[in-house]
Design a protein around this ligand. Structure first.
Ligand SMILES: Cc1cc2nc3c(=O)[nH]c(=O)nc-3n(C[C@H](O)[C@H](O)[C@H](O)COP(=O)(O)OP(=O)(O)OC[C@H]3O[C@@H](n4cnc5c(N)ncnc54)[C@H](O)[C@@H]3O)c2cc1C
Length: 464
């Protein structure tokens, strides 16, 4: 084995935290290696946010085209061409991926190794190169693990025999599935379920919880359920898949529902039951890096593992699984190691948007969480049917809800289920960042007719 190559830093994975971190470290003068075993950009760019949201917008156009008459626009019959939907998605993915590769390659002092990394010691890594170039050994004082996660496999009898789809393969259809069965009504199952319904498939979502999107307030999740039903998605709640079988071209699920056992027959099965960290192949034992029982790497609020000099960022550390959180992990490392700061994950806001239609934008405490904590709160709620902009757009489904602390008038959290709900949520988030009392938004002047001006009425509703 040749002498290991010495670096100041090694980054494993080019996900949403790893890629910008590798570039920032190299730009700060650290000799850096970044290792990627598959696609530059990781999950979000290649098989997560970018392709799903690109495809979802195709589905939304199909939805609007079908609703054209409501707007006085007659389109004729609507046909969805899946190869064209896929090709559009692929073009966007490849442009993002290529942009990521170019920025790595243009960075001085940064080596990109395409291969699989595993630890051989606390500060040494071996890379099995993808191009058949054998194995390379690297050492560094600082190692950053950004290995991400992948779709989990459910513990269901017969699941291996039915060739099910996951969040990656479900985006590669050339022909629309006749009837898509979706196991899991979390955000990934919900987004795909509604998307395929809009493309024209029959869709049944089987979900264990009493409502989809189990972590949301009951009124929010109930509204999502009723929107899905209105869109023609069948929802089986409080239901559990017991067995999966394939029968020629059909997939059959035996499901325990509150009304007794049922057999569902579909053309395809999408499994969306969570994500498993990519830690097994890292040989963490060689480094002594500790994981929790689910395999996520344990870190403190500065993203340090138990091994000095080894950090874990993004999904692999078991934090909230969002692109912007992985990116924020990068910012924390940059602040602490490059900028001489003292950043932590403590008390950071974790906003997210579920890209169903209308979107659900969420940040801060839910009403349920606030009450569980015993906080004295007031809740403001405004239906989208009272928002001028939404009425003008014929997009009146959903509502806005904000939770305010009674003593301070500060906004603790919000849920915006409405057209472009993620954007309105971000306005409330900015108010939360600046610790503005809700009264400032209640009396603020916003341009008419925008979604933003609904904040006046939202908070007026709370006063009455
Ligand atoms: C269908 C879907 C939709 C999503 N939609 C959204 C959304 O709308 N908004 C949002 O915020 N989040 C969304 N997410 C979640 C988001 O994609 C992830 O939270 C984010 O990509 C996490 O990034 P990361 O930096 O942790 O790692 P990843 O992006 O997963 O990157 C990890 C990288 O490490 C590489 N790797 C792993 N092991 C090794 C190894 N041993 N050697 C070398 N390389 C290795 C992998 O190949 C991968 O490229 C979605 C996820 C999915 C699956």
């Amino acid at each position: 084995m040749p002498e290991p190559k010495q670096y100041d830093a090694i980054v494993i994975g080019t996900g949403q935290g790893g890629k910008p971190l590798a570039v920032a470290l190299a730009k700060a003068g650290w000799k850096t290696a970044v290792i990627e075993r598959q696609y530059i950009g990781g999950t979000c760019v290649n098989v997560g946010c970018t392709p799903t949201k690109t495809m979802f917008n195709s589905a939304r156009v199909a939805y609007l085209a079908r609703r054209g008459v409501e707007y006085g626009v007659h389109t004729g019959s609507v046909a969805v061409n899946m190869p064209e939907v896929r090709a559009r998605k692929q073009r966007v993915v490849e442009s993002f991926r290529d942009g990521g590769r170019r920025s790595i390659e243009a960075t001085k002092g940064l080596d990109l190794l395409m291969g699989e990394a595993s630890f051989t010691g606390p500060h040494s890594i071996e890379v099995g190169m993808n191009d058949g170039g054998g194995r390379q050994s690297l050492v560094a004082d600082k190692i950053f693990i950004n290995a991400g996660a992948r779709p989990s496999k459910p513990e269901v009898e017969g699941i291996d025999e039915v060739s099910y789809l996951d969040s990656t393969s479900v985006m590669e259809f050339d022909q629309l599935p006749g009837h898509l069965l979706v196991m899991g009504g979390g955000y990934i199952g919900s987004e795909f379920g509604q998307m395929f319904r809009r493309f024209g498939s029959e869709v049944t979502i089987v979900h264990r919880g009493a409502r989809p999107l189990t972590n949301e307030d009951p009124d929010v999740a109930d509204e999502v359920a009723s929107l899905f039903r209105e869109d023609g998605v069948t929802l089986l709640l409080n239901s559990e898949v017991l067995r999966a079988d394939r029968n020629e071209s059909d997939v059959r699920l035996t499901v325990r529902t509150p009304e007794g056992e049922q057999t569902l027959i579909g053309s395809h099965l999408l499994v969306a039951v969570g994500r498993t960290p990519n830690t097994e192949r890292l040989n963490l034992r060689a480094a002594g890096v500790e994981t929790n029982t689910q395999g996520f790497i344990k870190v403190n609020d500065r993203l340090e593992t138990n091994v000095p000099g080894v950090y874990a960022i993004g999904d692999v550390n078991g934090g909230p699984q969002f692109t912007h959180i992985s990116y924020d992990d990068f910012r924390i490392i940059r602040a602490n190691l490059i900028e001489g700061g003292d950043a932590t994950t403590k008390d950071r806001l974790v906003p997210y948007t579920v890209f169903i239609d209308p979107q659900l934008g969420r940040v801060g405490l839910t009403e349920t969480e606030a009450r569980k904590r015993g906080l004295s709160i007031r809740v403001a709620k405004l239906p989208m049917s009272h928002v001028a902009r939404a009425i003008e757009m014929s997009e009146t489904r959903g509502f806005i809800k904000a939770v305010v602390e009674s003593a301070t008038n500060q906004i603790l959290g919000c849920a915006v289920l409405g057209v472009e709900g993620g954007e309105l949520m971000a306005m409330l988030e900015i108010a939360m960042m600046g610790r503005l009392p809700y009264t400032v938004l209640k009396d603020g002047i916003f341009a008419h007719p925008t979604m933003a001006e609904s904040l006046n009425n939202l908070f007026m509703a709370m006063d009455s």
